[in-house]
Design a protein around this ligand. Structure first.
Ligand code: ZN
Ligand code: ZN
Length: 345
């Protein structure tokens, strides 16, 4: 094994990542060293690099939290996965394990939750160290680049849909058809729902149709809540999963869902995300439900991976070498990327 690796390092917010060499990290107790095969570029990476979120990440930081790779070595006390196993590393990189949230199986809201590529170094590198108990084992022959987005975009949309507790056949609007939206469409289909894709970009809607959307609506082409209600008809729009980072998308989603329906809050707008006008009577009288959903627990991850493998859920991706990390982030910043950009060392 070489002694050094390449990695893209964030040293301050709002500055490009610095591509350079570093010593390959050593796994501590309970940790494993993984050779990265692919790492998806998530919109959250852009928010972290641009400093859009209130809480800053650890610095310096290697971003990236959609990682597929092979286990190279174990730290002390690790029982598995075995050296050589293919594993996935997700955002949920650690939790305390003993607080109330952890005991109730809600480790993503643990006060000590660790974020891969945020409070721990992530996968924009040749190697990554992860807590062994927080990785998921994958089949050896998995398509690393096309499967990597399951580790964030997939589990995040899966958990959101799961939390809405819908019946089979439910119409679900997927608002925003970028990396998360294309996963939401596929998970909605795999879970027995009828997804309606919404986006400004016709190319993204075309992709959503190929991935299983039953209908599409081009945002900005009319009154979105009315358009969605029209498609759902008497069955009603039972849920809307909002993965477009625009506050107006949430307002429209609340207006569009049927009584008893759910809006799943996932996207984090860069601006104006601390308040939202909402009709109290819509919630009280019509029992509309607003559901926050934050990535996923290890149990959600396992289910999301198993469902992806069973249903053949993969992401449409464009692979780029790790050296292009800044270019990939810039393309996300400009928008209009259909599918997911994935870095390969
Ligand atoms: Zn992500
Ligand atoms: Zn905890």
């Amino acid at each position: 094994m070489p002694a050094e690796m390449t990695r893209a390092l964030m040293t301050a917010t709002g500055t490009p990542l610095a591509l350079g060499c570093a010593a390959i990290p050593t796994p501590g107790p309970g940790e494993i060293l993984i050779r990265v095969a692919a790492c998806g570029v998530c919109h959250s990476d852009l928010h972290i690099v641009d400093g859009d979120w209130g809480a800053p990440p650890k610095l310096p930081l290697v971003p990236g939290h959609e990682v597929v790779g092979a286990v190279v070595s174990h730290g002390a006390g690790v029982r598995g996965p075995a050296v050589g196993a293919t594993v996935g590393v997700a955002w949920n990189g650690g939790a305390c394990g003993h607080c109330r949230a952890c005991l109730e199986g809600e480790e993503t809201i643990c006060a000590e939750a660790e974020g891969t590529g945020y409070s721990r170094d992530g996968g924009y590198a040749d190697y990554i160290v992860a807590r062994a108990d927080f990785v998921v084992e994958l089949p050896k022959d998995v398509n690393a680049a096309r499967f990597a987005p399951v580790l964030c975009a997939g589990v995040t949309t899966y958990r959101g849909l799961k939390r809405a507790q819908l019946r089979p056949g439910a119409f679900v609007a997927v608002i925003g058809c970028g990396g998360l939206g294309q996963m939401a469409v596929q998970y909605a289909r795999a879970m027995g729902y009828r997804p309606i894709a919404v986006d400004l970009d016709p190319a993204k809607l075309e992709l959503a149709t190929r991935l299983g959307a039953m209908a599409v609506v081009q945002a900005g082409s009319g009154d979105l809540p009315q358009q969605l209600k029209g498609i759902a008809g008497e069955a009603g729009l039972r849920a809307a999963i909002v993965v477009a980072p625009a506050p107006s998308a949430f307002t429209q989603a609340i207006a569009a869902i049927s009584p008893g329906g759910a809006v799943i809050f996932i996207a984090l707008p860069a601006k104006d995300r601390d308040s939202l006008p909402v009709s109290i009577s819509a919630l009280a009288n019509f029992e509309k439900r607003l559901i926050g959903s934050n990535v996923g627990t290890r149990a959600d991850l396992l289910e999301a991976v198993e469902l992806a493998l069973t249903a053949g859920i993969l992401s449409e991706v464009e692979t780029l070498p790790l050296a292009e990390a800044n270019a990939a982030l810039e393309r996300l910043r400009q928008g209009g990327v259909p599918g997911r950009l994935v870095l390969t060392p």
